[in-house]
Design a protein. Structure first.
Length: 365
């Protein structure tokens, strides 16, 4: 056969595997249904600003092996994710910390904040039956009403009273004046954007763009010994057990002829009236000083088959269906499923790289 591996998808999972396989003398072909490589981390450059085309991507990890791995390909800046919530024009810091509580209740000390939250949590004195009750049991009514309810209902397209409690396992509450969203040891944005990572990973590897594997190839293709498949697992099997559900997103990007729109890279709109969940101002990821700016409004929406899938809806019904597809996948002798869509799992970027490196270890060493 012409290739050792046919890799479906040029996001982080497929690209990391292709890179490592090539290093070990394997011949790879990467096929990508879009017109560009990079999956959802792809950036479009306009006026010297890297626009995160498929939503904000902030790299963060506590895994030193993954951090060292990715730093081979690019240098990261010292961006710290400190998003802001906008509730009907009131501005609050995220994650929930002393800046948030001070603004919300006019208080100064951790003891005062703790007392208020403790008091408000008491109204749920039983096992929470839905997401609303779960959130109140963790952070109380004020934070839930202003900073969780509207955003979550837009994100999932359902009332919080109709969403299962397990979606929110914990809500970090910090009794310090610390706006750093992540707890991870390492974080940042690649200086010059994400595209160079994928370009370097796929350097010297055959790539076919605008090629949908499920249309371009038969399952019993004779071009490669093995397939690494990072597309949607249910699509691979032609939805024979039914459709897995996802949430869709719509992005609306606008150029503005001035330097600074909102003063922060990510602003969440937590009321229910504003139709979008957040506004991204891309230049702030790289401390840009350009005379213009680009903003993207992010609208969650119901997903329909054939549309771009973003978030797996990991409720009990979909999880059960995924397990059935996984049984079929395990019987495919020469196809390995990986990545967010292949494993029907919400992955942060570091976890995707970790998963790909684990496969490399298993498959190539």
């Amino acid at each position: 056969m012409k290739y050792d591996y046919l890799i479906v998808g040029s996001g982080l999972f497929g690209s990391v595997f292709a890179h490592e396989a090539k290093k070990q003398g394997k011949k790879c072909l990467v096929v990508e249904r879009r017109s560009h490589i990079g999956g959802n981390i792809y950036c479009e450059q306009k006026d010297g600003i890297n626009i995160h085309k498929y939503g904000a991507h902030i790299f963060h990890t506590s895994n030193k092996k993954v951090w060292n791995y990715i730093n081979q390909f690019v240098e990261f800046n010292n961006y710290i994710n400190s998003p802001v919530a906008n509730y009907q024009g009131e501005i609050y810091n995220l994650p929930f910390n002393m800046n948030t509580f001070s603004k919300m209740w006019g208080i100064r000390t951790p003891q005062e904040a703790e007392k208020i939250i403790k008091e408000q949590r008491k109204i749920i004195n039983y096992e929470p039956q839905n997401l609303e009750e779960q959130a109140i049991s963790l952070v109380g009514t004020d934070i839930y009403t202003k900073l969780i309810k509207g955003y979550t209902e837009k994100q999932w397209g359902r009332k919080c009273t109709e969403l299962p409690a397990f979606i929110i396992k914990r809500l970090p509450v910090r009794y310090t004046y610390d706006n750093n969203y992540f707890n991870d040891r390492y974080q940042g944005i690649p200086i010059g954007g994400y595209n160079q990572i994928i370009k370097k990973l796929l350097d010297g590897i055959d790539i076919e763009l605008n090629c949908d594997f499920n249309i371009c190839f038969d399952k019993d293709q004779k071009i490669a010994e093995k397939v690494i498949y990072t597309g949607a697992i249910d699509e691979y099997f032609n939805y024979e057990l039914g459709h897995l559900e996802y949430r869709g997103l719509k992005f609306e990007t606008t150029k503005l002829e001035f330097e600074n729109y909102q003063g922060v890279a990510v602003m969440n709109y937590t009321d229910s009236e504003t139709p979008y969940t957040r506004v991204i101002e891309h230049k702030h990821f790289e401390f840009g000083k350009q005379p213009v700016t680009y903003i993207t409004k992010e609208y969650p929406r119901e997903w329909k088959p054939g549309e771009e899938a973003y978030y797996p809806v990991n409720d009990a019904k979909n999880q059960k269906l995924y397990e059935q597809y996984k049984e079929l996948a395990d019987k495919e002798a020469n196809t390995i499923f990986g990545g967010r869509l292949g494993e029907y799992k919400y992955y942060d970027m570091d976890k995707v790289i970790e998963s790909a490196l684990n496969l490399v270890e298993k498959e190539l060493n």
